[in-house]
Design a protein around this ligand. Sequence first.
Ligand code: NDP
Length: 309
Amino acid sequence: MTNILFAAGPDRWDDWAPPLRAALDQAGLGYALAQDMAPEVVDYIVYAPDSALQDFTPFTRCKAVLNTWAGVEAVVGNQTLTQPLARMVGGGLTEGMVEYVLGHSLRHHLGMDAHIVNPDHDWHWAPPPLASERRVTVLGLGALGAEVAQKLAGVGFAVTGWSRRPKEIGGVRTLNGDDGLAEALRGAEILVLLLPDTPATENILDAEALALLARGAFVINPGRGPLIDDQALLAALDSGQIGHATLDVFREEPLPKNHPFWAHPGVTVTPHVASETRAASGAGVIAENILRGEAGQPFLHLVDRTAGY
Ligand code: NDP
């Protein structure tokens, strides 16, 4: 019998239990799945960082903690977590993120706002450039960033991507490492942030980085709030260096009502909805990792605790 504890924020159990059971049943595994279990009998923890469970010490037999989220910054530094930690890859996250970034990129690229909100009925004749004439940079070329970069290139955008280690992605100019960052930012007209929140990425979009972008550039951040120096972004918006920022993630969530981002005309706030793990497909990813663990195979999507993602 494999004992699986489901530890996530309120309301998630109803979404996740049926597809998890279906995926585990299909695999023919003998298991118990519950929201409450004696820690010493638990083999796997299906986890979300909004769970009340923050002390992993009593889970002495636990073979892995399987995060249902892609981002792990809220759990990776937990000193009580000695078990392997896997994160979510798939589960609808990639499709959702591609849709979000394509939608917001095209909004800015086509200048849609001028036509959607036009109270004075101005005949604002300003045909946009073609996508091939628009330089887009994606910071982070992981499970999400690589697919986003490829899809943007598929639309025709001139895409540059940047990651920690070298990458090859068809149709995308790739750069990497600290040395490649300035080149990736220089002259970008749309900048997409799909980096994880780690000590190495905090404030990566600071005043110096913002100044390298094309004047009037658009920033789209569905990565994590701490990637951006908020004050530097507000200053760049006020000076016209940045034309608009579409922000999905923030240092504090929900974004406080009095935060200047809400009121700034150059900022679109979306409430951390860029992409969400769908239980229906995410359950299959979790079940596959449990089966791998039971078969003695290496877990998929393991987090590098040193790198923090
Ligand atoms: P991955 O771990 O697959 O990819 C991370 C990418 O960032 C990799 O390309 C990695 O480089 C790069 N990277 C990390 N650190 C550095 C660094 N110091 N310098 C340069 N590049 C670096 O993550 P995902 O693509 O799955 O997700 C990315 C982030 O998106 C998540 O961490 C999460 O914060 C956010 N997210 C937001 C959601 C939302 O709804 N807003 C939903 C889901 C995720 P390398 O390839 O060399 O390792």
